[in-house]
Design a protein around this ligand. Structure first.
Ligand code: TXA
Ligand code: MG
Length: 329
């Protein structure tokens, strides 16, 4: 790691996706590298090094009580992370790994305390993105990686968005294509009975229930189970500079006075919008949401208006992110 890459220094390296060995060497030396995943960019560091993990929190401005997801190349690395894998954990890895599902398991002794923020569980994901996978293989290390954005901001789905938030605060970014899915992984806790979705994401409740019918999604009202289990849910999240509202909450004075950015599948509903993101499907809406939020920031948009989506299937995760971006936690 380069000593001049402490927060505040203007020297984040741009690495080509083909240069896996270089990214891996920075990580092996305790550095921070933003890597593409199929969901969003992750800010990776060796999950066993407290110094590197502390720098993740510092670079993001992340509250230290919000635990990190540990990423591994395959199930053979699970024993480096957790004490045991309950039978449902195995079934879910078999069905959805590699891919956008994060599974909360009993924490093993070698996981650094900074990763779990004092919880006795650890969240583990096997990413499907070929570049991330190759970096995991090349380091041979479990890599802790939160989303590669400043805390509270929309997640970064492009390397340019990573630079926007973290230039000079991290050692390197891998300059790959935009993340193909665009919303974060689903986080499911299999240490509880019944198993609980702590964060909705790209793998839907319906998909999980096909494997285990008792899986349920955390509801805001279910405070005991949810807020204790996933500290990240308590914090401000995904917010662009302009306020975010649903289209069906837009008032006539707002229509007249605001410089509006509109995202949705029915773009004819708001012809006066200054910036429009026309989405071809729900998947397209999910893929483009965070990038659109950031483009609104660049275009002096004063109000971001989102077309409502039904909160089922992938719509559940999309509605959750838009609701949180609107400041309703
Ligand atoms: O798609 C994703 O999940 C991306 C990519 C990079 O993998 N990562 C990501 O990380 O979104 P982050 O840190 O932005 O969100 C992780 C979420 C937080 O809500 C955190 O509280 C929760 O996972 N989490 C992590 N460890 C946990 C644990 N042991 N128990 C409960 N929740 C946990
Ligand atoms: Mg995040």
């Amino acid at each position: 790691m380069n000593a001049s890459t402490q927060p505040g220094s203007p020297s984040t390296q741009r690495i080509a996706p083909a240069d896996i060995a270089h990214a891996a060497s920075i990580l092996a030396a305790g550095g921070l590298v933003a890597v593409p995943s199929e969901t969003v960019y992750g800010l990776a560091a060796d999950a066993g090094r407290s110094d590197a993990l502390q720098r993740i929190f510092q670079a993001k401005g992340r509250p230290s009580d919000n635990p990190l997801i540990v990423h591994i190349a395959g199930v053979d690395q699970l024993n480096a992370c957790c004490r045991e894998v309950p039978p449902l954990g195995w079934k879910l890895f078999e069905a959805f790994a590699p891919g956008p599902l994060t599974i909360v398991l009993p924490k093993g002794p070698s996981i650094a305390g900074e990763v779990t923020a004092g919880l006795d569980t650890v969240a583990v994901r096997i990413p499907a993105h070929p570049t991330f996978h190759a970096i995991l293989e090349a380091t041979g290390l479990p890599l802790a990686a939160p989303s590669a954005n400043r805390s509270g901001r929309p997640s970064a789905t492009t390397w340019q968005a990573v630079i926007e938030d973290l230039d000079g605060r991290i050692d390197a970014v891998v300059c790959d294509a935009p993340c193909p899915l665009g919303l974060e992984s689903t986080v499911v806790d299999v240490t509880r009975s019944p198993p609980l979705i702590l964060r909705t994401g790209m793998i839907t409740l319906e998909q999980l229930q096909r494997i285990e019918p008792t899986v349920r999604a955390w509801q805001g009202r279910d405070v005991d189970a949810g807020s204790m289990a996933s500290p990240g849910l308590r914090h401000r999240h995904y917010q662009p500079k302009a306020p975010v509202i649903w289209l069906d909450h837009l008032t006539a004075p707002q229509r007249a006075a605001e410089r509006i950015g509109f995202i949705g599948q029915t773009t004819s509903s708001l012809p006066q919008a200054a910036l429009v993101c026309a989405c071809a499907s729900l998947e397209d809406y999910a893929r483009r949401l965070y990038d659109f939020f950031r483009r609104c920031d660049d275009s002096q948009i004063s109000l971001i208006v989102c077309e409502r989506v039904a909160a089922s299937g992938l719509g559940a995760a999309l509605a959750d992110r838009i609701r949180r971006a609107s400041g309703d936690t």
